[in-house]
Design a binder for this molecule. Sequence first.
Ligand code: IPE
Ligand code: IPE
Ligand code: MG
Length: 246
Amino acid sequence: MTAIDIDIKRLPKHIAIIMDGNGRWAKLRKQPRIFGHREGAKSVRKVVEASARLGINNLTLYAFSTENWNRPKHEVKTLMKLLVSALKRELPLMKKNNIRLNAIGHTDMMPENVQHELQEVLDETKTNTGLILTLALSYGARQEIQRAIQEISYKVKNNIISVENVDEDIINKHLYTQNLPDVDLLIRTSGEVRISNFLLWQIAYAELYFTKELWPDFDEISLHNAITDYQLRERRFGKTSEQIAE
Ligand code: IPE
Ligand code: IPE
Ligand code: MG
């Protein structure tokens, strides 16, 4: 399948990806897990470039979850190292492709050098007007919602907002994703059929796409396949099929 099959006028406004299967990809090749993570970084580049080329406005990648802190120390350390080198390496390409980097999650938990490099790329790309590439780092959806509730409660307590005014819009404004539209298409690789604490609020009406492909094997064609599949679906948002056809 090629990009020709994609209707450019009906692109998902926001694609989110749970990039899973790096470890299994490496294991299949009798290599250490980190070998898979390194290969996975290449898929990130391919998918980011392909999204920019297609004209996707928002791409959000689950790079490191709150729960991933529980992995072996060595793996966490190497993942952080890979992240720093990827940020350094990809900055020129982001600039060239007019990509703006964004980060969501409890990024204060990341090591100093990661935070430093991240800030650098955020600053260097902040005036870019093309694809918004959001990295979910030390991200957990429940923690994000908890944090929003705390902030809203504090504002209610201090009479900054009234209880009656707490609506979906207010909640949205207190999430990390406050400036992003809802997710239209959520992709997960590696055959796992779960959400793993990713963007729970934001995927309320997303189309879910699960593929058995392992993340290091996921490329431009895989992305096109996911978008083509998305475009074949009828998004009813509670209405009837007849209403949609009207
Ligand atoms: C996804 O691949 C990358 C991260 C979670 C950082 P995994 O490392 O989870 O790979 P599997 O699931 O063990 O194959
Ligand atoms: C989800 O993958 C997190 C990321 C892709 C960063 P995991 O591999 O950590 O998910 P579980 O624990 O198997 O659900
Ligand atoms: Mg995994």
